[in-house]
Design a protein around this ligand. Structure first.
Ligand code: SF4
Length: 219
């Protein structure tokens, strides 16, 4: 399926959508956002990675920053923090540069690696978009975690690609539906910067209390 440009959604939203669909909807349908210490640190951290004035060439390596990308198959548009072009005989041509190159997207994250695949799906969406732009096949990307000061290599596997495609499809359906899903309080809420706006415990508890009360009344 190909999406029209006017229907493209923010690529970075895929990690919010993966984390909590209500969080994604609050940000994208209600434009709610509240910075906490973690998101502010993340912004500062990204400003360093995203400076488009910085472009480097080191021997067989070209490093580009804040690279705009979009994917018509996913219907997503955004920016890659860093894209590395490593010279390789089985790569693809890149602009005016001599030779061919393998392409590696690198996404910067302020914290540390997680059990869940929120960061991996964003990286995969970036890889798919770069593949469409350059006609390349991207085998892996890398996540750089600020707390660890280390990169994690992520294989662009069939499963990760499929998961990313399905999430993008669901994002478009959620955007068309246009309603904010109910809060489903979980351990994730403790890590959520929108806790004060969402108030999951108030909503979740009152809903479940109402439900239990109705059940009692009906017996
Ligand atoms: S507080 Fe919890 S339910 Fe509410 S948006 Fe955040 S993660 Fe989702």
């Amino acid at each position: 399926m190909k999406y029209q440009e006017e229907d493209y959604l923010q690529m970075s939203g895929i990690q919010h959508f993966c984390f909590c669909r209500r969080q994604w909807a609050l940000i994208n349908l209600e434009q709610s956002w509240e910075d906490d210490a973690r998101t502010t640190a993340g912004q500062i951290f990204h400003e360093v990675a995203d400076d488009p004035t910085i472009k480097e060439k080191r021997g067989d390596l070209i490093i580009a920053r804040a690279v705009p990308v979009s994917s018509s198959s996913l219907g997503l548009t955004g920016k890659c923090d860093v894209v590395e072009f490593r010279r390789s005989d089985d790569g693809v041509p890149v602009g005016i540069h001599e030779g061919s190159y393998k392409i590696i997207p690198v996404e910067y994250k302020v914290g540390h690696r997680k059990q869940e695949e929120w960061d991996e799906v964003q990286l995969c969406a970036e890889a798919i978009a770069l593949e469409e732009t350059f006609g390349a096949r991207i085998e892996f990307g890398q996540l750089f975690y600020g707390e660890e000061r280390r990169r994690k290599t992520v294989e662009m596997s069939k499963d990760l690609r499929r998961k990313t495609e399905l999430l993008a499809e669901d994002m478009h359906s959620a955007m068309s539906y246009g309603k904010i899903p109910e809060a489903e309080p979980s351990a994730m809420c403790r890590k959520c910067s929108l806790q004060n706006i969402c108030m999951p415990e108030a909503l979740g508890h009152s809903d479940s209390e109402d439900y239990l009360q109705r059940m009692e009344e009906s017996n």
